[in-house]
Design a protein around this ligand. Structure first.
Ligand code: ZN
Length: 309
């Protein structure tokens, strides 16, 4: 059995994985803006509660897998860089914490890479050797696998910075310091600023609330003019970002995941049509699949990495 922990920006998901199957799972709030260290006692307690609920014990466990957003050195098992959240996690002694609390071997990986591995081993892209993953969450996380190997690169940042591929050189300022990144143009966190640039949004009932992908798409379906124009633009950016990833990593399968996929029926046909019209893939047509259980795929991916150690 493996203990797997996904330190997300909003929630920390914790799972016990037995033989590639989820035996138990729980989630606690992350409060990630307050840092990582203050949440570790609650993580420890959540694992204990899972043990009590399932009858499992630490003696049953053979390893611990940790996933974090940001650039993770999977060899030295350190977090190298993270935007805004879990500030104290950069340089944190994860090995010391795991040893003290669990006394087990452990692995660490970027969350999108773990999700990609989970999808390829157990999920929507099972058996695929050449795939890219695009996760439309608060930001846009990506990962790539080429010829059966997850792409990490010399500095562990290859494949995972697809949200920071430029889709408009004259676009919005991004949290990474660049301009016009896919994430700054078309992720959840960018929606409000993007919407505010269209006349009519200030008069919309949505102007007062937090703005999600579904809100914008539903407003477009109601034919609110600002939303129709914004969704057209979002589709252009999502498509351009995915075309860039297809050109970079030569995938056969494009795995799509995250909150935006709740609206997959409405936006996927338009996004895939646009991608296929612009991608240069003389060998054929990439297959598009939607992750069925995105949260679990991260945990299963971590467990697989532990099995491969
Ligand atoms: Zn950026």
């Amino acid at each position: 059995m493996h203990i797997t922990i996904d330190f997300g920006g909003t929630n920390i998901k914790i799972g016990l994985i037995e033989e590639g199957k989820l035996a138990a799972k729980t989630a606690i709030p992350a409060y990630s803006e307050q840092g990582l260290s203050p949440r570790l006692p609650a993580v420890e307690q959540a694992v204990k509660t899972l043990f009590e609920e399932t009858g499992a014990t630490l003696e049953n466990c053979r390893g611990v897998g940790l996933a974090l957003p940001g650039i993770v050195d999977a060899d030295r098992r350190q977090l190298l860089s993270i935007p805004e959240k879990y500030k104290d996690a950069v340089g944190f002694d994860f090995g010391g914490w795991v040893e003290k609390v669990f006394g087990l071997p452990f692995i660490m990986e970027n969350d999108a890479r773990a999700a990609l591995i989970g999808e390829v081993v157990h999920g929507a892209a099972r058996g695929c050797r050449d795939a890219i993953m695009v996760i439309f969450g608060t930001g846009i996380g990506t990962a790539a696998m080429m010829e059966g190997k997850v792409v990490r690169g010399r500095h562990y940042q290859a494949g995972i910075l697809g949200g920071h591929l430029t889709t408009d050189i004259h676009g919005e300022a991004c949290t990474c310091g660049n301009t016009g990144c896919l994430e700054a143009q078309a992720s959840h966190w960018a929606l409000r600023a993007r919407a505010g640039r269209y006349p009519g949004f200030a008069d919309s009932v949505l102007a007062e609330d937090s703005l999600g992908y579904e809100d914008v798409i539903q407003a477009a379906q109601r034919l609110e003019d600002w939303a129709v124009r914004l969704v057209e633009s979002l589709i252009e950016h999502w498509s351009a970002g995915i075309v860039n990833l297809i050109h970079a990593y030569d995938p056969e399968t494009v795995i799509l995941s995250g909150g935006l996929m709740k609206s997959a029926d409405h936006i996927l046909p338009q996004v895939t049509k646009r991608i296929l019209a612009s991608a240069w893939t003389p060998w054929g047509i990439p297959r598009f699949v939607v992750a069925a259980d995105p949260e679990t795929s991260v945990l299963l991916g971590l467990s697989h990495l532990l099995s491969c150690r």
